[in-house]
Design a protein around this ligand. Sequence first.
Ligand code: QUE
Length: 334
Amino acid sequence: MSFLRTSVTGGVGEIVLDRPRALNALDQSMIDEMFDVLSRWGDDDAIETVLVTSASPRAFCAGGDIRAIREYAVDGDTAAITRYFSSEYRLDQLIAEYPKPYVALIDGAAMGGGLGISVHGELRVVTENALLAMPETAIGFFPDVGATYFLPRLPDGVGVWLGLTGARLRGAEAVAVGLATHFVPAADLPAVAERIRAGSPLGEVLAGHRDLPPVDLPLRKIADYFPLGFPPAGILGGLRGATDDDWAQEMADTFDQASPTSLAVTAALIEAGASSSLEQCLERELHAAEIITATPDFAEGVRAVLVDKDRDPAFDPSTLDAVDEALVARIVGA
Ligand code: QUE
């Protein structure tokens, strides 16, 4: 039983994510198989290009196997947690350093770990059905899979905004901020995939796809309200103080859904990641993941969002003012 399909046609190796009932959430076996096949293809002269697609009509990949991680945490199985995250982050690093073109076709949700196996690759093709986000602060976790590297490298404020609020970007918006590289209408995606499988040069296949549907992201506000290096309490204060700005109030409301400890950890990790290599970021994330998954907020956040689905987590502490700064420092390794 495998949740990955792999095939080779001409010089193209294709990985199809095929765990539709979990929206292709990456379990340990998928991570291990993907790492093994990519390692082999990287050294195989018969493979020129790697293509990653999804068998699910709804999702590219919803993230990691967070439910399983929660169970390991509740059982105190720290070895399984370390194994999971270290193999996931090693896969993300392999994709970032991949010696040949790596193309992800994203025609649905790509969240958390789903961005880890796409954003680090050379080409990320999205459609109008794509939805990209790092929503981990809502589950008592933090944006990992190298997000502490790629978020601070997005345009001013965008990474802090995405990481703290979990805001979802549509396909065209993802291209506009640089998370994705090309926009293709969903109706054209099967033909694009066929041409890639047939070995057509990627530049040629994607050359006709430089136009972007209109994007209307409030980039000025994002830059103003979500500066790098600010504590989340200061960001929240700025948003709440803008009483005549409905967008700012809406963003402030997302903070109320999140774990305050996660918000503090996320802001600190993104700030540290701005001046770190991907490898350093992943090492810092592994340390943070090991500690934060043992905290009550993680078990409670995953319970509320993914297990019981009441969306009403009781985070402790429940306000930014009461966050234990010593715990945050321990998690981020400061
Ligand atoms: C934050 C996350 C995840 C999430 C929701 C969040 C995540 C994840 C899933 C998910 C969704 C559907 C599934 C599944 C997992 O949701 O990482 O197995 O069927 O994997 O708010 O980080």
